[in-house]
Design a protein around this ligand. Structure first.
Ligand code: CA
Length: 404
């Protein structure tokens, strides 16, 4: 059984660079299987020409557009080649020697709000008497994010400047955000999309999802609080979003699919699906400050939660997103929204953990945090694990705050 979470049962896709042009790779333990060179070297000859051509591209979009039947053929072929090992050997590279890039050209990014615990915790800070708005239990709420500022794990995140207004101030100020936060999320990357005007039925919605990754939806709470009414988040979110480089397929996650929590009230028919399933995926967030790293102190765990606690399933998000006829395209990113659980140690952002700064947390160095300071690094991790089943990891999504 693979301990790393990158064993033969996972086989996530990513795009890497090692000197030359970018290539699609498949992670296997501490190695990357170079899919472009393997395709060019005739190793994938048993697959259709369009699959081989897609494998030789510098991004996943073409492979994503081929659809589930082709993805499964490729996965079966890769499993065979990497299990036999010898034929794959010439195309394996050490993962440590490569730079991971964004896995796809992401045309559009939509961020949902699918954790009822997060929505309730945040709502309570602003509306103690009725934290959950009336629409929440009827449809997956979302906003349109910014795709141009999505960056791969490891990219520094510059503290944004913006307009914010202190509660007792007569006028807003402009300057570096004083309430920079992270949001622990999971992203669903769209495979073959839907034509404009043709909604995806909820029962077929999972076939449109190529795979999942980790997402950190960095958020400037002071900018967000001042700008969000009446049209929602804008500059408080659009400065940066980090994603993990490896895309884990739904086929790899199959053993970890579970029944979702029952919805109350029952959803409208277009969102109701007996086939709807959640993902039993553990999610963890760690933080290191510059001082912690300088003194060799281990990362501080901020939270541990599980994706199965979402109120809405990925299939419901896709069905709702396309219900008005909106077309999704290969490489589009749909993020879950902050994943929080019912427990106090399962809150997926500092806004919830410190209750908007009112209850600062203390790091092992004695430093305190209401929100993120320059030099802080936030690391998201995700994995599936159960007795008797192979461990499947999403890897990590890290980002360090640079000064404004
Ligand atoms: Ca978010």
């Amino acid at each position: 059984m693979a301990v790393s979470g990158f064993g033969i049962e996972n086989l996530p896709y990513g795009v890497f660079r090692r000197g030359g042009p970018p290539s699609i790779g498949v992670a296997i333990e501490e190695s990357i299987f170079d899919l472009r060179r393997a395709a060019e070297g005739g190793l994938l000859a048993a697959l259709p020409p369009e699959t081989r051509e897609a494998c030789a591209m510098p991004r996943l979009n073409e492979l994503m557009s081929l659809g589930r039947r082709r993805w499964r053929e490729l996965r079966a072929q890769l499993t065979e080649l990497l299990a036999a090992r010898a034929p794959a050997e010439p195309f394996l590279l050490p993962r440590a020697d490569t730079t991971m890039l964004l896995p796809a050209d992401i045309g559009d990014y939509t961020d949902f709000y699918a954790s009822i615990h997060h929505a309730t915790n945040v709502g309570r800070l602003f509306r103690p008497d009725h934290p959950l708005l009336p629409n929440y239990r009827w449809m997956p709420i979302a906003y349109h994010g910014r795709a141009s500022s999505i960056v791969p794990s490891g990219t520094a995140v510059r503290r944004p400047r913006g307009q914010a207004k202190d509660a007792d101030a007569a006028a807003p100020r402009f300057g570096p955000s004083q309430a920079l936060d992270y949001e622990l999320e999971v992203g669903f990357l769209i495979g073959d999309g839907n034509p404009p005007g043709e909604p995806v039925p909820v029962d077929a919605a999972e076939d449109r999802i190529f795979g999942v990754c980790l997402v950190n939806d960095w958020s400037a709470r002071d900018i967000q609080a001042w700008e969000y009414q009446p049209l929602g988040p804008f500059l408080g979110k659009s400065f940066a979003t980090s994603i993990s480089p490896w895309v884990v397929t739904l086929d790899a996650l199959e053993p970890y699919r579970v029944a979702p929590a029952p919805l109350d009230p029952a959803p409208l028919p277009y969102l109701a699906s007996p086939a709807g399933r959640a993902i039993d995926l553990t999610l963890e967030v760690e933080l290191t400050s510059a001082r912690m790293r300088a003194t060799g102190i281990a990362p501080f765990r901020l939270s541990r939660g599980n994706l199965r606690d979402l109120y809405w399933t990925p299939a419901q998000m896709v069905a709702h997103h396309t219900s008005n006829g909106c077309n999704l395209r290969p490489g589009d990113l749909l993020a879950s929204g902050t994943v929080s659980g019912a427990a106090a140690d399962a809150r997926g952002c500092l806004l919830e953990i410190t209750r908007r700064g009112a209850e600062p947390l203390t790091l092992p160095t004695g430093e305190t945090r209401r929100f993120l300071e320059d030099g802080d690094e936030v690391i998201l991790r995700g994995w599936c694990e159960r007795e008797g089943l192979p461990r499947i990891a999403l890897g990590e999504c890290a980002g360090r705050i640079a000064r404004a």
